[in-house]
Write a protein that binds this ligand. Structure first.
Ligand SMILES: O=C(O)CCC(=O)C(=O)O
Length: 261
């Protein structure tokens, strides 16, 4: 169950555009394992357990446990993925941050809305923006299911503010975004992934199909990054442990690259 290596062309695309599409990033059997995990989790747990959204929710959100060696999603913390992230971000060492499952139900059911266009950086509470989400499609699903899209090169515009609950319209507030190319729409197969950086503006349309959209996101960051002390939503589940101006050296945020550090 291994992720493949990202190619030099994919690294170059990520650096230029702030995102990259990785077809067949993990084998289909590995994606099926993640999908079974999501379904079991859905049956076990209430959705949006940490109340990440204050208004209408764009998807059901659940915190994963990929950090635990017993978890079916633990294989995503492999040295291959660690090295991929190090190459994408051009950093010396990489930590796992957390994983989350995101199930966007059909909008016809009135349950889930669009994912507002936003950057991840304002929720991070870290002193640098070297962070990625590897967003894995765990089933075959069409673009109309509300898959992620990205404003190419928006990572060059700096930090644009918090916008997780539609606090403002990021395209209206920063019209320069409208001049940037939008990533193409594509269907995804089980095991395909996209990767986006913390400053890359991204979002997703409502799910226009009659099936839930399934995704498992894995977050990694520069192991040398310092926690700023901000009450950042990303770290809410381990917040009491964190120490301002220190690296995030905790069992929940292990170093995945280099391997024997
Ligand atoms: O899956 C979605 O609709 C949004 C996911 C997202 O914003 C992220 O993973 O950073």
């Amino acid at each position: 169950m291994k992720a493949r290596k990202v190619t030099p062309g994919e690294v170059a695309h990520f650096r230029t555009h702030g995102w990259v599409h990785l077809p067949a990033y993990i084998p289909r059997e590995a994606a099926a394992q993640l999908q079974d995990y999501i379904i079991a989790k859905e049956q076990r747990e209430q959705s949006n357990e940490n109340k990440v959204f204050t208004g209408d929710a764009p998807y059901d959100w659940r915190l994963g446990d990929a950090c635990s060696p017993d978890s079916p999603s633990h294989f995503m913390l492999s040295p291959e993925t660690g090295e991929n992230v190090a190459r994408l971000l051009d950093v010396r060492s990489v930590r796992f941050l957390k994983d989350e499952v995101m199930v966007k139900k059909p909008s016809s059911g009135g349950q889930h809305i669009e994912t507002y266009y936003h950057q991840d950086f304002p929720a991070l509470g870290m002193d640098r923006s070297s962070h990625v989400v590897i967003w894995v499609s765990t089933i075959d699903q069409p673009a109309e299911a509300g898959l992620l899209r990205f404003r190419s090169k928006s990572h060059q515009l700096g930090a644009l503010g918090r916008n997780y609950n539609g606090e403002f319209d990021i395209h209206e507030r920063y019209p320069a975004l409208n001049d940037l190319e939008m990533s193409p729409e594509w269907d995804m197969q089980a095991g395909d992934a996209t990767v986006h950086g913390a400053l890359t503006v991204h979002g997703a349309a409502p799910n226009k199909t009659d099936q839930p959209r399934y995704a498992h996101g894995f977050q990694f960051f520069d192991a040398e990054a310092l926690f700023t002390g901000a009450r950042a939503t990303t770290f809410e589940w381990i917040y009491p442990k964190l120490v301002a101006n220190q690296v995030l050296d905790y069992p929940e945020t292990p170093i995945v690259y280099p391997v024997n550090r």
